[in-house]
Write a protein that binds this ligand. Structure first.
Ligand SMILES: [Zn+2]
Length: 180
């Protein structure tokens, strides 16, 4: 081994330089906005302490807060409200190209809504364990989804399955359907 090879073998690994920030990556400013919305929602007495912001690039498309108790709507979680507002603002039923910042890790309903809306990324503040400490424990719903039908707490069973297929048959044969 010559001198150059010895130096090379002992040389510390040179770390690659950090890549430049991705303009479409997480932006703490938007998360702070979601957190501020959640906190303000408590003072406004409109619902639970949850806020969400949907952005496209560096532009805020829409925001949402939890309005379950003020609108008697159990589905009015911050993420669902933000998705509804964003879709209305863009005149679209899909939010491809958008990211959602939510003050708390999405519950199963909101997570499903985010997938249906085709959002590109999810950033959350509080995780589900923190939500449970604040009295919002959705672990039971996540657990239920994984259970077979007979094991679930809300009874669920098929009924008129063969007749129900006629709706799908109509859909499959329709000339005016809009795929989503
Ligand atoms: Zn939710």
């Amino acid at each position: 081994m010559n001198e150059t090879q010895i130096r090379s073998a002992r040389a510390p690994r040179i770390l690659q330089p950090m890549p430049p920030p991705d303009s479409l990556g997480p932006n703490p400013h938007f998360m702070q906005q979601a957190i501020d919305l959640a906190t303000a929602n408590v003072a406004d007495n409109c619902g639970g302490p949850f806020g969400a912001v949907i952005v496209r690039g560096e532009e805020v498309v829409a925001t949402g807060v939890n309005r379950v108790t003020s609108t008697n709507d159990p589905t009015a979680h911050a993420e669902v409200t933000a998705i509804r507002n964003a879709c209305a603002a863009l005149g679209a039923f899909q939010l491809t190209g958008c990211h959602i910042y939510t003050s708390c890790e999405p519950c199963p309903m909101c997570l499903a809504a985010i997938y249906w809306a085709r959002l590109d990324a999810i950033y959350f503040g509080n995780d589900s364990a923190a939500a449970a400490r604040a009295g919002f424990d959705d672990a039971v719903i996540y657990d239920e989804v994984a259970l077979p039908h007979p094991g679930r707490s809300i009874p669920i069973q098929p009924l008129l399955s063969k007749r129900a297929w006629s709706s799908f048959e109509t859909w499959l044969q329709s000339d005016c359907k809009v795929d989503y």
